[in-house]
Each structure stands twice: as structure tokens, then as C-alpha cells.
Design a protein. Structure first.
Lengths: 289, 763
């Protein structure tokens, strides 16, 4: 057995001080809910683990300058119970609540959910529809902020460089006028991995769809914004044809595969169905939310 | 005999189990909790192919690794192959079940143990496993039982055919039966292999005593495998001892040998104590599964709802080794038409070797598969003639005194109809959906499931009961307690008969050297068999006590009773005596305060295999489940709104445990119905962990409402029947029948996943 170096900083300054000691090929971890199962499946251990789960500054959720920012080490359980998130952005709480089981939610972090870049990550479509930015910190001390929309490059590949860690996310709150939904299709109720998931943020003016953001997960190599659906929906008056047009458009946006959890055909079906259901509900329910 | 049946103090009441607190507090020591100073860790090298010839195994590098004590392959096993003989049921004569400790010459399934390593730490074991070089010649293999039956098919084993065995049942002439039918309904049903998914994986420790005896302390349902282990090692049977501590779930998966022979072999070779704990992946890949079946049902009914003919064809996938496949198939064959009186019956069944993981015992033992077949078919037939499913069943249920298709007269209580009526009453009116994408359906299923082993096995159990000088009671019985209250129920019985409380009874169990052999904890037989043996022993002591008291007090035995630690004199309460006092009186007069009793189950010879006529089982448990589901037409997800179940328990010994059995059975069967199934790619398991092999979580399990009829008509103690297996059998068909009712379409394959439901909806 080869030795694995383990670093466990408690603060941002401890973290940055560590950078000089980090060997090349280190891996950042937090809740390890993806890391441990992968190691069990035989994925090789890295030379060093940087555990950021105890970094105080990365565990904060706050609102500044009309942007909500969430530290990478915030757990799913914290997102579910955080007042700010519940009030300003319930769709994110809903996405986080659908991750795994209580056991995993108390460990799994939002940073890890995005860094792992699984197509089925439940917070990914939500953050995509929130137009979130990813905040990155490199071991040379430089920082950068990029839109999440450009972060997922391919299956399990992201724009994060080897020497970068995700420190958090920020986004403008969708506002009280927005109608939001997170929908998940899993094979069972508890501890389910998404066969398809969807986040929607919709602003309407009477029967008209003023603005819409829709994103899907587990229906392609990466979580994705449904551009064709958004184009078809934006500015359109709600009707049966509108629903049909959106449900048709989504097929161009997604490219599901068949795997152990479901067939491509099933994923195409349910993606269209949960989209149509959300749009129908959005316009059927008077007022907002 | 003054024992007053039915005036129970303990039996039939909801009593907390005597082992409950220790389990809840985490104090119970399971097999995997045991550590022995200096013990070796044992791991298996598992085949990377489902079908291959073993050309060479080079263990030298692994043996040279520091910390490795032994690397063992087939050549190191004194008797690597042992054979169980099954009897005359093969077309070409008797057939044999081969048990092979380590793969030799030919690998039959993915994950078959090829070598074992014993080392100082589990990590060194892992390193050593990587250093073993195995040269395989990959073979094509066969993965589908229908393919395996074709002439020229790849041969899984060394025989000239992959067919393990076949059975038939003939009652009347089905051609004539079908000619009298108004409607004929024909369907093919498939059910997949499923796992037991117990919390505790296969594990144990072993050591050699200073007396040279090898002891294996393992998670097992069968301590009597000590005989088989001795045979493998070439030792006399009295030199091998097996202990079963509390087991963290069995469900049939620990009926066959798992870790025992590997542990014994390492002790035999090294003289050192050792431990083996299988990973979840090993458990899912390597131990026996419930058989996958393909079943064809052709049913003839009249317009007024009478079953006039049923023709059933069963094809079972035995997997890579025979194990218990022949017996399981016999269970299925006998129960193929369920608890119904069908005028003419023709059943043909076969089980066939393939290169999938071997299949063996799993709760229901062949009963669950056919229940899905006959109960789906009952709903389809009811729909075909436009009759209510319960009404249709009521016109066909077997009753006491009726004959099964095998000609066997059901002489004991048969309350299926009462349970069927009860569950539909409990389910109530169908809920009305208030959402456009939600459709609601109701479904039921009834079943008959044997308790007790097949009568030609001449089953026995033994139990020893004694009363100590302070009035406390000891039971010694070689039961394996797999979590269902096997020992607790014996405490209830002894306490009831001897007039003490459950806490006053200590049950020593599961040790081939110290507790009288009680047989396997399988086949829903433990309460029936060991309960009867314990009852017999306790009654004998009671008789001795009352006899002594009668003489001492000059009061007839009929007026005496043992209640709450007292000898009660009904005619003269002032003469009551403390139990302790009576025991001391007996002890000083040399009255026997112990008894070793044996209970023999009714025994029969083999059934007539040419006609399928005869008796195979002592008795059956009858019951029904009913379910209401809400199906989401967007996603195919089926949410259970209501779940009810009712059984004739004969006599519940512990009401809480009995209810727990029914609830547990419902959940177990629900996984089978809704989500479980081992998936293979040419014999390789594709879902070897709990992230991919799905079982119901607490979020998926509804409140389960249970009810019991207590006919008193069972063969167990106080008229009890068994609930362990029966309680899980009708769950899957009840679920699928409810889904089909909701969507108005048929689903004939398990599991009925959301995807399968959506597909059916859109067909």
C-alpha cells in the first residue's frame, strides 16, 4: 500500500499557506461521497488529498451586492435547511434535498457535486438555471470566476485546471416573481441517482412566457441548458401547441445514452414529460412561485 | 395433563423480543465482530471470466510477499469436490449436486473462487491477490437457459447435458379442460435473479482448539454444514464444530456453505485462527441468487368464473452449479397453480445450468416466482371474463378438505378466502386521483406457501429444557437465529408452559457441540419444528413438577397450574407454592428437572414423479396482500398509497414478531416487484453494489397494515403455522396487479420499474 498525504486546513489562510507543500497530482476532496465509492471500485488513490471540508470560509452562505454566494464546502444538508436559500432560492434547496440519503447529504458538498461533474449531479441544473459563476483558486494564489455554463466540457471533464480548487459559487437570486421547479426522475424515492433531472426558472407576464431558464441533467454527457426549449418558449403565449413545441425542442437539446439506470428512450420520454408538466403547472397556478 | 391450552399468559401477546435491546444498543456480537488475537485474514481470488479453462495458476509471487501465510488453490483442498445426491428426477436417472470448494480445470461463473490467500492483514491479502497469476483460456459459455438446452450448446459442467432436472404434474386431461373453457388466457412471465441483500455479508472466524477440533463461528443458517466441512477436510464429523451467533439476515442466502470451508481450510493448513468477511460486491456477485424463471401460463375459464384448465411451463436458470435448484424447482412445480382448485392441470418444469452466478435458496424457495405467474394470470383471466378479481378468486379458492393438483388432500386449516376478503375490505374504496398525471389502481394476490421441509426428508428437531434451582429456565437448542426471533419464540414457549416470564428463560443456541441439533433455519421450519420440540420438553418438565406437587399436596394434577412463578392450586389458593420451592422439593427427591425432546415431522416417501401425484409438504400457510398505487403517467413512478396483508398464522406465538414478519415480508417482496434484479453481460454482474442493485429504502416503504386470522389449525406449537417465507410471496404480484389496474395495461415481467411501467403505458 502506498502512502497518501492528507491535508486538512481549517481556514482560508491555512489553506493558502499549504499550497507550497502540495505535491503535483493532489486531489481536492470534501465530503468524499464520490471519492470513497470510486476508490472502492479500484480508482487509483492520488498522491495527496486536500480536504477542504473544514475550511471555515468555504462553509459560508451569504448575500452581498444582490448576489448569493455559497462556499464549496457547504453540504447538501446545510443548503436544505439554510434560511437564505429557502427564502430566496428554494429551487436549490429542492435540488440539494434530492441528493442521496440523509447520510450522504450531511457529508456531500455543493463544490464536490459540481467538481465531480457527474451528468446526474442534482445541484448542477439548478446552478445552471441560476446563471451561477464558479469561483476558482489556483495553488499559485490566483483566482478566477467563470460561468458554470462553460464549466462542463465533456463527460466528467471540466474547465478546472489541475492546480485549481473550487472555492464556491455565486449568482443573482431569481427574485420573487420567478416560478421555479426542480424535478427529478429516479428509480426509487430514497438514495436515488437521477435518471433525468430538470431545473426551471420562469418569469411570466399573464399567459406569456417572459423569460425562461431550463437545464437538464443525466440526459447527456454533461448537465446542460436546454437552449432550443428556451428559444421556443421565450416570448411565447402559453397553449397546447406551446407545450408540444417545447417538448419537441428538448429532444434537440439532449443526447441521452442507455445505461444501468435507464434507456436513452426512457430518458427522452421523461425529459419531455417533466418539462411539459412543469410548464403546464407554471401557467395553471395563478400568481408566482 | 393439566396444561390449559388457549389460556395463554405470553403466547399470542405482543411481547418485546428478549434479544431486542442488545441489538438496538449495538451490543450483540455478530460473526464479523469476532476477533481472535493473531488471527489471519482470508480473501478469495475471484474469476475474471464466466466461462474459461484454467490453464495454470502461479502463486509463487504471492507466497513470497511478506505477511502472507498461505495461498491455496484446488490442489490444496483434501476433497475439493463433494456431491449431494438428489434422487430419480432426471430423464436419464438420478442427478447430483456438485459442491466445489475452489475452481478446478474449468471456471463456471464470474466471481468463482479460484484461490484463497491468508495473510496478516486484509491489505496484505489484497496485495497478494494481485500477485497471483492465472492463465485462462476464455470459453464461449452459455447465459440463457433456453440456449443451454439446445443440442450442441456449450456445456457448463462436465456432464453431457445442461439439464439439471425436470418434473411434471398431471391432473385430468387439460385438452378436455380447455375444450370446456369459454375463454383461454395465455401469458409468458419472466422474473429475474435477485439477491437477498442482508445487512450482514457472509463472514466468520475459525480456530483450532488445543484438542485439535476445528471450530468455525460463522454467519450461517445451517450449523449442520459441519458434516460437509469435515468431508472436505477428510476429518471425522466430530472434529469439526460450527457456531452460529446471531445472524444479520439470512433469507436463504446463508443456507449453502459460504465462508465456512475457506476458513476451515486455512485453519487446517496453518493451524492459525483466521477471519473472512466478504465485501458487498462479493456478496452480490458470488453467493447463490433467487432463480430467474420464464413461465408460460395457459388458463381456461368459463364465463361464470370457473378454472377448468391450467397448463404451466417453467424454465429455471440454475446458474453455474446445481446447489438447491432441483428442490426449489419441485417447490415451484407443486405450487404452480397456487391456492386454487383447477379442474385439469398440466405442469412441466425444467432447471438448466448456465454460466450465470449459481442460483439457490431465497425466501420463498421457488414459491415467489410461480406466485407472480399464477396471481398475474388470475387477474388477467378475471379481466378477460369481466369479473372482479376477488370474486373470481373466491370462485376458485381451495378449501379445507379439497385436493391439490398433486392429489394431496388439504386436511388442515385453509383460510385463503377469509384473508382475501379481509385484505380487500382493509384496502377500502379506491382513492380518486386529483391530478391529471396520476392514475390510481388496486391489486391483490393470495398465495399458498409451505412451512417445514419436504416430507421425504424425514425432518427432525431437538430441544433441551431444564429448570434451575431458583426457578429460572434454560433452553438448549441448535437453532440459528437469523433475526426473526427464532430463539425468542422458544423462550416464549418455555415461559408459557413453566409459568415463568420470558426474561427468566435463557436460550443457548447455534452450537453443534453444545446444543442439541435442531436442523436448518430454512423452509419456515424453525418455529414449527424446534417450537414443537421445546414445547414437548417443557411439557415433560411441567408434568414432573405437577406430578410431584400433586403427591405432595394431595391435590389432583387437574387442579394445579404454573402461573407467574407459582404453583397455583385452583381449589385452595391458600396452598399456592412458590415455583422455586417446588423445584427444590423435586430436586431433593430426584425428580428430573430437564428433558431432551425430539420432534419428528410427518414423513412420506417421494412423490410419484411420472404423474406428479403425492405429498411433498406437511402443510401450508395461506394469506393475501392488497395494494393501492398511484402511478405518475409522466415518469412511470408507482407510489404505494396503501399496503395491507392478512395471514392465517394458526396461532401467533409473539404477536409483535408475527406482525414484523408480515411487514418485513411485504417489503422484501416489494423490492422483487418494483426494482430488484441482477443484471448480466455474458455472465458478468453489472450491478454489484447498492448504488446500482436497488432495494427499497425507508422512503419507498409505505405503512403496512397487517391482520391475522388465528385458526389454530397449524402443525406448529399451539396450532401455529409459519410466516417467514409465506409473508413475502404475494407482494410482487399484488404490486404489479395494482399497477396494471391503474394503467389499464399488462406488465408480465419483473421488476416493474418506472421505465417498464411507462413503456407499458405507452404501448
Amino acid at each position: 500500500m502506498s502512502e497518501v498525504k492528507y491535508f486538512n486546513p481549517r481556514s482560508y489562510s491555512e489553506l493558502t499557506t499549504l499550497f507550497s507543500q502540495l505535491p503535483k497530482g493532489f486531489q481536492t476532496v470534501a465530503g468524499t461521497t464520490d471519492f470513497i465509492p470510486a476508490a472502492r471500485r479500484g480508482v487509483k488513490y492520488p498522491v495527496a488529498l486536500l480536504d477542504i471540508s473544514k475550511v471555515t470560509e468555504l462553509r459560508e452562505i451569504k448575500e452581498e451586492n444582490n448576489r448569493i454566494s455559497i462556499g464549496a464546502a457547504v453540504t447538501m444538508a446545510e443548503l436544505v435547511s439554510n434560511e437564505l436559500i429557502i427564502n430566496q432560492c428554494p429551487v436549490l434547496a429542492s435540488g440539494a434535498k434530492s441528493v442521496g440519503s440523509p447520510l450522504t447529504r450531511s457529508r456531500a458538498t455543493i463544490g464536490g457535486n459540481i467538481a465531480n461533474a457527474s451528468p446526474s449531479a442534482d445541484t448542477a441544473p439548478v446552478l445552471l438555471t441560476l446563471n451561477a459563476d464558479v469561483h476558482l483558486l489556483a495553488t499559485d494564489g490566483t483566482t478566477r470566476q467563470i460561468p458554470l455554463a462553460g464549466f462542463f466540457l465533456d463527460y466528467k471533464k471540466t474547465a478546472r485546471k489541475e492546480n485549481e480548487i473550487i472555492t464556491g459559487f455565486s449568482f443573482p437570486p431569481p427574485g420573487p416573481a420567478a416560478w421555479t421547479r426542480f424535478a427529478k426522475v429516479g428509480q426509487r424515492n430514497g438514495a436515488a441517482i437521477s435518471v433525468a433531472n430538470m431545473s426551471m426558472i420562469l418569469k411570466k407576464d399573464g399567459d406569456r412566457c417572459d423569460d425562461i431558464a431550463v437545464a437538464f441533467g443525466a440526459v447527456g454527457p454533461v448537465p446542460l441548458r436546454a437552449a432550443s426549449v428556451e428559444t421556443a418558449a421565450r416570448g411565447t403565449i402559453f397553449s397546447d401547441q406551446f407545450i408540444t413545441a417545447c417538448a419537441t425542442a428538448v429532444q434537440q437539446d439532449i443526447s441521452p445514452i442507455s445505461d444501468i439506470r435507464g434507456s436513452a428512450d426512457y430518458r427522452r420520454h421523461v425529459a419531455a414529460n417533466i418539462l411539459a408538466r412543469a410548464l403546464t403547472d407554471a401557467f395553471a397556478q395563478g400568481g408566482v412561485k | 395433563m393439566s396444561y390449559k391450552d388457549k389460556k395463554f399468559r405470553i403466547v399470542g401477546k405482543p411481547m418485546p423480543r428478549h434479544d431486542a435491546w442488545e441489538k438496538v444498543l449495538g451490543n450483540t456480537s455478530y460473526a464479523g465482530d469476532h476477533e481472535i488475537p493473531g488471527m489471519l485474514h482470508v480473501k478469495a481470488l475471484r474469476s475474471a471470466h464466466a466461462a474459461a479453462r484454467l490453464i495454470a495458476i502461479d502463486t509463487s509471487a504471492a507466497e513470497a510477499l511478506e505477511g502472507v501465510e498461505a495461498v491455496l488453490t484446488a490442489k490444496d483442498v483434501p476433497h475439493n469436490e463433494t456431491v449431494t445426491k438428489f434422487g430419480q428426477t432426471h430423464t436419464v436417472g438420478g442427478f447430483e449436486g456438485l459442491y466445489r470448494v475452489l475452481a478446478d480445470k474449468k471456471v463456471r461463473f464470474y466471481g468463482e473462487a479460484v484461490a484463497i490467500v491468508a495473510a496478516e492483514t486484509p491489505e496484505i491479502c489484497d496485495e497478494a491477490l494481485k500477485l497471483i497469476k492465472v492463465e485462462y483460456e476464455k470459453l464461449e459459455g452459455v447465459y440463457d437457459p433456453a440456449e443451454a438446452l439446445k443440442p450442441g450448446a456449450y456445456l457448463v459442467g462436465e456432464d453431457e447435458s445442461n439439464l439439471v432436472c425436470q418434473y411434471k404434474i398431471r391432473k385430468g386431461d387439460v385438452t378436455d379442460g380447455f375444450s370446456r373453457a369459454d375463454v383461454i388466457v395465455e401469458n409468458t412471465f419472466t422474473v429475474p435473479q435477485v439477491d437477498h441483500a442482508y445487512m450482514e455479508t457472509e463472514c466468520g472466524t475459525a480456530w483450532m482448539g488445543e484438542d485439535g477440533i476445528i471450530t468455525i463461528r460463522a454467519s450461517t443458517q445451517v450449523i449442520e454444514h459441519f458434516r460437509g466441512i469435515a468431508e472436505v477436510l477428510g476429518l471425522p464429523q466430530n472434529k469439526v464444530r460450527v457456531i452460529a451467533p446471531m445472524v444479520g439476515g439470512g433469507f436463504g442466502g446463508k443456507e449453502d456453505i459460504t465462508v465456512e470451508t475457506y476458513l476451515a481450510l486455512v485453519v487446517y493448513k496453518t493451524g492459525r485462527p483466521c477471519s473472512m468477511v466478504w465485501t458487498r460486491e462479493e456478496s452480490l456477485i458470488c453467493h447463490g441468487k433467487r432463480h430467474a424463471y420464464k413461465m408460460h401460463y395457459k388458463t381456461g375459464v368459463t364465463k361464470d368464473g370457473k378454472l377448468v384448465a391450467q397448463q404451466v411451463d417453467i424454465l429455471s436458470d440454475a446458474g453455474a452449479y446445481v446447489y438447491l435448484s432441483p428442490w426449489i424447482l419441485l417447490y415451484s412445480t407443486v405450487k404452480a397453480v397456487g391456492p386454487y382448485d383447477v379442474e385439469t392441470v398440466k405442469v412441466d418444469s425444467r432447471t438448466v445450468l448456465t454460466n450465470n452466478t449459481f442460483a439457490s435458496a431465497n425466501r420463498g424457495f421457488g414459491g415467489a416466482q410461480v406466485c407472480f405467474g399464477y396471481e398475474r394470470q388470475m387477474d388477467e383471466a378475471a379481466r378477460a371474463i369481466g369479473m372482479d378479481p376477488l370474486e373470481f378468486r373466491r370462485r376458485n379458492y381451495l378449501h379445507q378438505g379439497d385436493a391439490m393438483a398433486t392429489g394431496r388432500i388439504l386436511e388442515n386449516a385453509v383460510e385463503t378466502e377469509a384473508t382475501g376478503i379481509k385484505v380487500m375490505e382493509m384496502l377500502g374504496e379506491k382513492t380518486v386521483s386529483d391530478k391529471p398525471n396520476i392514475v390510481i389502481g388496486q391489486g391483490m394476490a393470495s398465495s399458498m406457501m409451505s412451512y417445514g421441509r419436504m416430507t421425504f426428508l424425514h425432518d427432525t428437531s431437538r430441544s433441551y429444557v431444564s429448570i434451575e434451582l431458583d426457578g429460572s429456565v434454560v433452553v438448549r437448542c441448535g437453532v440459528q437465529d437469523i433475526g426473526c426471533g427464532q430463539t425468542s419464540s422458544l423462550a416464549s414457549i418455555a415461559a408459557e408452559v413453566l409459568g415463568v416470564d420470558m426474561e427468566d428463560v435463557t436460550v443457548f443456541f447455534g452450537d453443534t457441540s453444545l446444543t442439541p441439533l435442531a436442523g436448518t433455519t430454512t423452509a419456515t421450519r424453525m418455529l414449527y419444528m424446534s417450537g414443537n420440540a421445546t414445547l414437548k420438553a417443557a411439557k415433560a418438565i411441567r408434568d414432573n413438577l405437577l406430578d410431584k406437587a400433586s403427591k405432595h399436596l394431595a391435590v389432583p394434577v387437574a387442579e394445579l397450574d404454573l402461573v407467574n412463578h407459582q404453583l397455583v392450586v385452583e381449589s385452595a389458593p391458600e396452598r399456592n407454592m412458590e415455583l422455586e420451592q417446588l423445584v427444590k422439593l423435586c430436586a431433593s427427591d430426584g425428580v428430573e428437572l430437564f428433558n431432551l425432546a425430539q420432534f419428528n415431522a410427518p414423513a412420506r416417501e417421494f412423490m410419484d414423479f411420472t404423474s406428479g401425484q403425492g405429498q411433498v409438504f406437511a402443510d401450508f400457510t395461506f394469506g393475501s396482500h392488497a395494494i393501492e398505487v398511484a402511478v405518475d403517467t409522466d415518469t412511470g413512478r408507482a407510489e404505494i398509497l396503501k399496503y395491507v396483508a392478512c395471514y392465517d398464522a394458526g396461532q401467533a406465538v409473539n404477536k409483535l414478531s408475527a406482525e414484523g414478519q408480515i411487514e418485513g415480508g411485504a417489503v422484501y417482496g416489494l423490492g422483487y416487484g418494483a426494482m430488484e434484479g441482477i443484471q448480466y453481460d455474458r455472465g458478468k454482474t453489472l450491478n454489484p453494489d447498492f448504488a446500482t442493485y436497488l432495494i427499497p429504502t425507508s422512503m419507498d416503504v409505505p405503512e403496512i397494515e397487517t391482520d391475522m386470522i388465528e385458526s389454530g389449525g397449524g402443525l406448529g406449537p399451539f396450532g401455529a403455522k409459519g410466516l417467514g417465507e409465506p409473508s413475502s410471496v404475494p407482494s410482487a404480484p399484488a404490486f404489479v396487479n395494482a399497477v396494471c389496474d391503474a394503467i389499464g395495461k399488462s406488465i408480465n415481467d419483473l421488476p416493474a420499474t418506472p421505465e417498464a411501467i411507462l413503456k407499458a403505458l405507452e404501448s
